[in-house]
Design a protein around this ligand. Structure first.
Ligand code: ATP
Length: 239
């Protein structure tokens, strides 16, 4: 279920001369956690975004296929975002065949919202440092702004190829996001939460609790379906 409807897009695009930007946070969300949710809420408020779309990928382009199905990861995103105004669980990558490329996702959203509404691709610092490995990465800013949210422990300089792409596009004023539909790169500080899905999967696999790192409803679903359990001892014993 995609949540921007043609009517919504028209409303967003025409209520003011500078329409509110829409944020897009793509990820594996394997599983979604407070590192995603808290930072997204801060951006929603700080940048006055109309919405933040959480877009789980169908087949991640940059990592091994997760053990949990795409539909289950989407369900976790739905459970986590339910009830927060402005948060949208967006299934558009699950409805598309093949690997999930963000450039295709942005083009699809651009077609829905029209040429004027600013789109903001939201990425963590770690994902941003790999941007030059993404499919058709130099086209991303033709379709959207990029908002980089700070993540703990990632302070190294950018790779030179990325640095030369970024430098002329950096914007320092969040208001610039709404003055044009895309093309800028904004570095936005957010509360540093050193939480990762990797850590949560590892805790669950060891039989430990990841409670307070992710929403209770997400954890309840994980337990209910027996997701992220360690392989059975029989399978991990040596021959
Ligand atoms: P994994 O540990 O499996 O690699 P992850 O926790 O990094 O997963 P993803 O779904 O890969 O989660 O991340 C989606 C996006 O959210 C990426 O842009 C990533 O940089 C960002 N992100 C993830 N965790 C945090 C966090 N704690 N703070 C800020 N951004 C985050």
């Amino acid at each position: 279920m995609s949540t921007i409807l043609p009517g919504d897009a028209a409303r967003i695009a025409h209520t003011s001369r500078h329409p509110q930007p829409i944020g897009i946070l793509g990820g594996t969300f394997d599983p979604i956690h407070y590192g995603h949710l808290r930072t997204a809420l801060e951006l929603l408020e700080a940048l006055d975004l109309a919405q933040v779309h959480f877009v789980p990928c169908r087949i991640p382009a940059h990592r091994a296929t997760p053990a949990v199905t795409a539909e289950q990861r989407l369900t976790l995103v739905r459970l986590a975002t339910l009830g927060q105004p402005g948060f949208v669980a967006d299934d558009r990558e699950l409805r598309r065949e093949g690997p999930s490329y963000m450039v295709d996702t942005l083009a699809a959203l651009r077609a829905v919202v029209g040429a004027e509404t600013p789109l903001c691709l939201i990425v963590g610092t770690d994902a941003f440092r790999e941007l030059h490995t993404w499919s058709r990465w130099q086209s991303l800013t033709d379709l959207a702004h990029i908002v980089v949210m700070q993540r703990p422990g990632i302070l190294q300089p950018l790779p030179p190829l990325l640095e030369s792409f970024v430098t002329p596009r950096v914007i320092y004023d969040a208001n610039d996001l709404r003055r044009r539909p895309g093309g800028g790169i904004l570095f936005q500080p957010v509360t540093q939460l050193n939480i990762s899905a990797t850590q949560i999967r590892a805790l669950l696999a060891r039989g430990h609790s990841p409670r307070y790192l992710l929403p209770e409803a997400v954890l309840a679903y994980i337990h209910d379906r027996g997701l992220y359990r360690s392989p059975s001892p029989a399978l991990s014993l040596p021959d």
